[in-house]
Design a protein around this ligand. Structure first.
Ligand SMILES: O=C(O)C(=O)CO
Length: 345
């Protein structure tokens, strides 16, 4: 009997060759490599990859050249396709509801990069308190006057995070890990806003307080961290910045489009916010040049999740999702089960 087909999108396997061999034992693996949208659409229309049962994208460098997975693309997938297991925590580029309507489970890989993203958030949080960006830029300038300026003046403007209040928007896997680290390392008081409240024992473990109202949480946070998925709507606009605690800080490790960058810049210029730390940007890969010039703003190149450990984990988790799903009928990290018609599985 012939083996079912898995369509492997994009990057080669880099770390998990033995594990990939297990996938190849059970499935015929076909490769799309890097196809642009038109090429990929033509390939699907002509059934170039056959009636594949799963799609696997082991890393984020390539395999996304076809652009957003919207109705146009999803409607071209063969009816045989049941699961798409992809690298990455965020899935703002996939209409997961539309996929579910075609009976396809989408699995993300947040679990594989949680540690890296949470570590990067801690870096950004610390930097918003201690203004390391400013100190680092002065040292890198190799200019004696700038060095002296930082050395003399930073102390009067920076603070220890210990005992201050960290407000987390989105206490999912990553948000919770950030909270654990900030609570354990800096003794920060954790408050959070989410659509769902955490179980009591999880709240108690980090002494966290739930705020159903985002506005009320923003008014209490000394540092707000955005750790929620982008679901098509902006979260922090001028109205929200007017409600945020005066003189507080902002960190974003989620998605740039959650924040109105113009409003953020105004909040930083008026002192409503005293600093910010951003891994993600509204117009990636273009970084806002006004933010780039602000010495109280730490900027990264969307690398919060980028580590060997995340990469190893992305490759593994995608394969595990596919193998487990076809063995047990259940995927490990699905995000769209609420829309899947289980009677058709
Ligand atoms: O995995 C993702 O989606 C990330 O943005 C990690 O930083």
């Amino acid at each position: 009997m012939s083996k079912p087909t898995v369509l492997h999108l994009g990057d080669d396997i880099r770390w998990n060759h033995d594990f990939y061999a297990q996938l190849q034992e059970k499935f015929t693996v076909k490769r799309s490599y890097s196809m642009n949208r038109d090429g990929f659409k033509d390939a699907l229309k002509s059934n170039k990859f056959g009636d594949f049962v799963a799609m696997y994208r082991p890393f984020w460098n390539t395999g996304g050249e076809m652009g957003n997975w919207d109705d146009e693309l999803i409607s071209l997938l063969p009816q045989s396709c049941k699961i798409y297991a992809s690298a990455g925590a965020g899935f703002d580029w996939v209409d997961t509801k539309r996929m579910a309507e075609s009976g396809i489970i989408y699995c993300n890989s947040a679990a594989a990069c949680t540690e890296s993203v949470a570590d990067a958030a801690i870096w950004l949080i610390l930097s918003t308190y201690r203004l390391f960006n400013w100190s680092s830029a002065c040292a890198r300038s190799c200019d004696v006057e700038q060095f002296k300026d930082a050395n003399r003046n930073i102390a009067a403007m920076t603070h220890n995070p210990n005992g201050s209040t960290l407000g987390i928007i989105g206490l999912g896997k990553i948000g919770y890990r950030i909270a654990q680290k900030a609570f354990a390392s800096f003794g920060m008081r954790v408050i959070y806003n989410d659509i769902r409240r955490m179980p009591t024992e999880m709240e108690e473990a980090i002494d966290a307080t739930y705020y159903q109202s985002l506005d009320e949480m923003l008014a209490k946070s000394d540092c707000t961290v955005v750790a929620t998925p982008f679901a098509g709507n902006m979260l922090l606009d001028a109205d929200k910045f007017a409600k945020i605690k005066h003189g507080s800080r902002l960190v974003n490790i989620a998605r740039g489009k959650l924040i109105d960058e113009g409003a953020l810049i105004s909040a930083l210029q008026t002192g409503q916010l005293i600093s910010a730390g951003l891994d993600v940007h509204y117009n990636e890969p273009v970084v806002n040049p006004i933010l780039a010039k602000m010495r109280n703003v730490e900027l990264l190149s969307h690398t919060a999740g980028a580590s060997v450990e995340s990469h190893v984990g992305f490759e593994r988790l995608g394969i595990e999702n596919i193998l487990t799903f076809f063995k047990t009928g259940q995927a490990l990290t699905p995000v769209n089960m609420q829309w899947i018609d289980r009677t058709k599985m």
